[in-house]
Design a protein around this ligand. Structure first.
Ligand SMILES: Cc1cc2nc3c(=O)[nH]c(=O)nc-3n(C[C@H](O)[C@H](O)[C@H](O)COP(=O)(O)OP(=O)(O)OC[C@H]3O[C@@H](n4cnc5c(N)ncnc54)[C@H](O)[C@@H]3O)c2cc1C
Length: 305
């Protein structure tokens, strides 16, 4: 607790893979659940809203920033351990602040199969649970056996099947939508041993696919939109003639490489530029197909309206 610093006016663009957005009025990186609890208490005493940030790889932060306390769950909470489960499987415990790709790499090191897809996802373990991140047929829910979280008054540990995982959603996302507190602290995952060569070659294959199809060298938050039931967002956007489209030279563009990604070319776009383009894409796709795209990217702070 003694080392916990609450810093004022911290620029957030560097904490978001979109590389835009304004400052946090207050910002802190706790090391454990006691510090998380202390930060919430402090925010309440000071009448401040709280936003829990992971690696910022699925967030668009307002140009006005966040007028409250941003609690970033990152390297201070990034434990990683393993133990045998007794039935030939292995239980991994990962802190919410650990990079999800590091968890994936650790599974590879231990010859565990099932988490190969995690190696290519640039979020934190907490963000992966919150979003039920997934790719290439795998989802975070596939191996989560328990999640420990702080619910605003105490630390709770629940089983994976109580986490209400769905497509890019979880109990934690639902609680958040209801305005309730749920800070993911760590998860346990149960994985089976596999063949290391096969695991490594699957990771390589997925990396090659991702690099070939996604604009990984340009700031973005990955897929901007959720996959609408029965459709692919990128295909609908392409069919609306918007692949590579930009409204202006702000830097915000529908990626010419993958229409499902809105990108921030050169990192020069403001969040408002990105948002204008997202709104435009939603309208044009709706006009063209009758399908209304929903944002997968989460908005942080005030976007007006
Ligand atoms: C290039 C690129 C590729 C991507 N590819 C994929 C992909 O293949 N599949 C996929 O699913 N996603 C993908 N994403 C999106 C993103 O990486 C995932 O959604 C990831 O799970 C978000 O984790 P994060 O730590 O960055 O979360 P953040 O962006 O920091 O936060 C996302 C949400 O989670 C909440 N949150 C984060 N940590 C916690 C916590 N500890 N406790 C409570 N709430 C928390 C935040 O409040 C926020 O609402 C991609 C993004 C990029 C930039």
């Amino acid at each position: 607790m003694a080392d916990l610093k609450i810093v004022q006016n911290v620029p957030l663009a560097g904490y978001s893979t979109f590389r835009c957005g304004g400052p946090a009025r207050y910002f802190a990186e706790p090391s454990d659940s006691d510090e998380v609890a202390a930060l919430f208490k402090w925010a309440e005493e000071n009448n401040l809203d709280v936003f829990v940030l992971g690696n910022g790889s699925n967030c668009l932060i307002s140009d006005k920033g966040f007028d409250g306390l941003v609690i970033r769950i990152a390297k201070n909470m990034s434990t990683l351990t393993s133990r045998e489960s007794g039935d030939g499987k292995v239980i991994i415990t990962a802190g919410a602040g650990l990079p999800y790709a590091r968890f994936g790499a650790y599974c590879v090191e231990l010859s565990l199969t099932g988490a190969e897809f995690a190696c290519g996802i640039p979020g934190s373990c907490g963000g992966a649970v919150f979003m039920n991140a997934g790719a290439y047929g795998g989802e975070t829910k596939d191996f989560i056996s328990s999640v420990t979280y702080w619910d605003g008054s105490s630390v709770k540990k629940i089983d994976g099947d109580q986490c209400e995982f769905g497509y890019r959603t979880s109990l934690f996302e639902k609680l958040n939508a209801e305005g309730k507190t749920a800070v993911i602290l760590e998860f346990e995952a149960v994985l089976s041993k596999g063949n290391k060569d096969e695991i490594t070659s699957l990771v390589d294959e997925l990396r090659v696919k991702r690099t070939a199809s996604q604009p990984l060298d340009v700031p973005s938050a990955g897929s901007t939109f959720k996959r609408p039931e029965g459709y692919f967002a990128a295909k609908l956007i392409e069919e609306a003639g918007l692949k590579g489209f930009a409204l202006d030279d702000s830097g915000a563009q529908v990626s010419p490489k993958h229409a499902g990604f809105v990108v921030n070319n050169g990192g020069k776009a403001k969040a408002s530029d990105v948002m204008r383009l997202i709104d435009y894409v939603v309208e044009k796709v709706f006009e063209n197909s009758g399908v209304r795209l929903e944002k997968e990217v989460r908005l942080v702070g005030d976007f007006g309206g």
